[in-house]
Design a binder for this molecule. Structure first.
Ligand code: ATP
Ligand code: MG
Length: 690
């Protein structure tokens, strides 16, 4: 291990892989009508927002509706913040009523597309105007009240991507119930753990959901969880597929029965700015999921403002924008950027129920053309999958309605960024690479499109009012300093921000320890980052994942990006294995492009069985040489393992900690409850033995 005080210095030789010199200014057409139209405008507003963050955020808050104004913008007792003290508001009001009672009543709020393709060759499409959404939310809110659910109660939501899932959140927010959304792909035990952790009184679910052509029996899975969740008194079931389910006579209720038997009008609770809005468990990339608590006022303001500026929504120059964030509402991205951020901005939000490759690999592109999507926000893992599936699926579609692209969830490999810009954006859409976390509630670092030039692989510069820094690892006395431009270190946030999580539900000590103790006085993100000469942030991945080879600290991201840049590689995950000589030796787990497994002499052969197998050992050598050439011999992988798939969380992130265990011990003992596909582990073991 490096001594305690060593900053994470990225070797100078490595900088070439980051391609800091590739800069893409905003397309002039975009900038001409953007909210923030130039770099100068960004820098000026940023400087003012940092000089006086409270005035900055107060001005943003005044764009929303408050039942009672705040008396103080911020009360800060590290690590506990109170924003908009004494202010009263309701997020459901700001998302729905404000538009339904104003000029946007007939504007489409939610545009939903089902996964199954009907007998006419078309999927079912449903639209809800803001006026209709207003009615549905009020009825759902009254339905919850009729069950005795009240302000402060915790309500678990385990549903598929249906309009009712968004309605469920807005209904909870309306009556002040705290929602805890559990991603619809989790199994019974994961549901029970989360429900019990926060003692939910009810679960909202549906009979089943559709995913990649099959049905997931959500109600049946909930029934299994209910065996060990004594706090749950009511289960509300949305009829989606019509699949028969068992209904408990007193505990279980049909959604449609409840909403049709209640009054259509439900006034909003006047929530205190610091009343909890929701609990959300993190994806578990680094360990056991944590139940982060978000409150009402600050969260509303930051999700509102980041959506407006980062996605250029609520822009009079673009009244017909159709905005699509592909994240599931089960993740924070879905909370902040499918539901709360865009609806507060009066946007038309597209929601798609299913998988990107059903019934074919071009489903997303078909959706974009069908609904004229103009703003598209997805994850690097999805982009790498699109690349792997082949350009022909994209090229069949026009995609001319797009004007802005975004990514979130992991660092994006520059290679994937370039593909996204070229193949999806046709070189004329800005890309916003947005860095943030469940804990931060809203976007923290991202280019303001139209203003900040992009560099492929960099999240670029901070959002207004946000003060990140990159610091050295504190020494034994807690001393640390900012690293100079050009070096790497720990990514921290120096000042409180409105949408920061307030605590971990039921475990404030863990909250303090996890985020506020490693770097005294700062919020520690857990991520490593480097700032280049222009002050751009380059996320290097989680600090726990950073490699230490012969005393040099290397971001996993850089080696992975070099591998992904090879034409035969689809995805790569790199981990360190203890090594007596070097400290750590690099082990790379690699998935290959579909085309790489076909021998080159017969790339178009209809019968792959008739050809000789690809020489995988030669390919391993080729890849090792490639990395050496791209980065330097320091980064040369000691070992390369080919695998069919990488272990990922259900939100699509690579779980390097499992690979590290596998590379080190040959087996996996850590928490795997959030792993998407257990079969992947078996395949990885085979790759190791084979
Ligand atoms: P857990 O905290 O339970 O281990 P998680 O960190 O994966 O899970 P999230 O809050 O969903 O849960 O993800 C936030 C993390 O995702 C960030 O800390 C960062 O590592 C990564 N991330 C998100 N967006 C970006 C981005 N644009 N660039 C680089 N990394 C990103
Ligand atoms: Mg995290």
């Amino acid at each position: 291990m490096a001594p305690e005080t060593t900053p994470i210095h990225i070797n100078q030789d490595l900088e070439s892989t980051l391609n800091e010199t590739r800069v893409f200014p905003p397309p002039p057409d975009f900038a001409a009508h953007a909210h923030i139209p130039s770099l100068g405008a960004y820098e000026d507003l940023y400087a003012r927002s940092i000089a006086d963050p409270e005035s900055f955020w107060a001005a943003a808050a005044r764009e929303l509706h408050w039942f009672q104004p705040w008396s103080k913008v911020l009360e800060w007792n590290l690590p506990h913040a109170k924003w908009f003290v004494d202010g009263k508001l309701n997020l459901s009001y700001n998302c729905v009523d404000r538009h339904a009672l104003g000029d946007n009543a007939d504007k489409t709020a939610i545009l939903w597309e089902a996964e199954p393709i009907g007998p006419n060759g078309q999927p079912e499409v449903r639209t809800l105007t803001y006026a209709e959404l207003h009615q549905e939310v009020q009825r759902a809110a009254n339905a919850l009240k009729a069950l005795g659910i009240k302000r402060g109660d915790r309500v678990a939501v385990y549903m598929g991507m249906t309009p009712e899932l968004a309605i469920a959140l807005l209904a909870c927010a309306r009556i002040g119930a705290i929602h805890s959304v559990i991603f619809g792909g989790f199994a019974a035990q994961a549901i029970a753990d989360r429900v019990n952790d926060s003692q939910c009184v009810a679960i909202l679910t549906q009979d089943s959901s559709y995913r990649r052509g099959s049905e997931i029996p959500l109600k049946r899975i909930v029934d299994e969880a209910l065996a060990t969740t004594p706090s749950v008194k009511h289960v509300v079931v949305l009829k989606r597929s019509g699949t028969p389910v068992t209904m408990h006579p007193t505990r279980d209720h049909w959604w449609h029965d409840l909403v049709s038997s209640v009054e259509p009008v439900c006034e909003c609770e006047h929530m205190d700015a610091e009343d909890p809005l929701y609990i959300l468990y993190t994806s578990g990339t680094t360990g056991k999921p944590k139940g982060l608590v978000h409150t009402t006022g600050g969260y509303s303001v930051q999700t509102y403002l980041t959506t407006k500026y980062v996605f250029d929504l609520n822009n009079p120059a673009h009244p017909n924008d159709v905005y699509w964030c592909t994240a599931d509402i089960g993740w924070v991205t879905g909370h902040s950027y499918v539901v709360y951020g865009p609806l507060q901005n009066g946007a038309t939000v597209l929601m798609y129920e299913g998988a990107p490759n059903y019934p074919a690999f071009d489903r997303f592109w078909e959706i974009i053309d069908r609904h004229q999507v103009s703003i598209f926000y997805t994850a690097p893992t999805a982009i790498r999958a699109f690349i792997k599936w082949g350009n022909e699926h994209v090229e069949r579609h026009k995609l001319t309605s797009l004007r802005l692209l975004g990514t979130v969830g992991e660092p994006i490999n520059p290679e994937a960024w370039m593909w996204y810009r070229d193949k999806i954006g046709h070189d004329n859409c800005p890309i916003v690479d947005t860095w943030w976390q469940t804990e931060t509630g809203g976007i923290m670092i991202a280019p303001i499109p139209g203003a900040v030039p992009a560099k492929p692989g960099s999240a670029t510069r901070p959002f207004f009012g946000i003060e990140p820094d990159v610091v050295t690892k504190p020494d034994s006395e807690g001393r640390y300093e900012s690293v100079p431009l050009g070096s790497g270190g720990l990514l921290v946030i120096r000042k409180p921000w409105p949408s920061m999580a307030r605590t971990i539900y039921g475990d404030d000590e863990r909250f303090q320890k996890t985020y506020w103790s490693d770097v005294p006085g700062c919020y520690f993100t857990g991520d490593g980052a480097r700032r280049d000469a222009d002050g751009y942030y380059w996320l290097m991945g989680r600090v726990d994942d950073v490699l230490n080879v012969s005393g040099h600290r290397l971001g996993t991201m850089e080696v992975e990006s070099a591998l992904v840049a090879h034409t035969k590689v689809a995805e790569a995950a790199v981990v360190g294995r203890p090594d007596d000589l070097k400290g750590q030796a690099i082990v790379a787990f690699v998935t290959l492009e579909a085309s790489a497994l076909r021998p080159s002499s017969s790339a178009n052969s209809a019968d792959p069985a008739s050809t000789a197998p690809v020489d995988l050992n030669a390919l391993k050598d080729e890849l090792k040489k490639w990395v050496t050439k791209e980065i330097g011999s320091l980064a040369r992988p000691e070992e390369i393992r080919f695998t069919d798939a990488l272990p990922k969380t259900r939100s699509g992130k690579i779980m390097r900690r499992l690979l590290r265990e596998l590379a080190t011990h040959g087996s996996i003992q850590g928490d795997t409850t959030t792993l998407e596909d257990f079969a992947v582990i078996a395949k990885l073991r085979e790759s190791e033995e084979g």
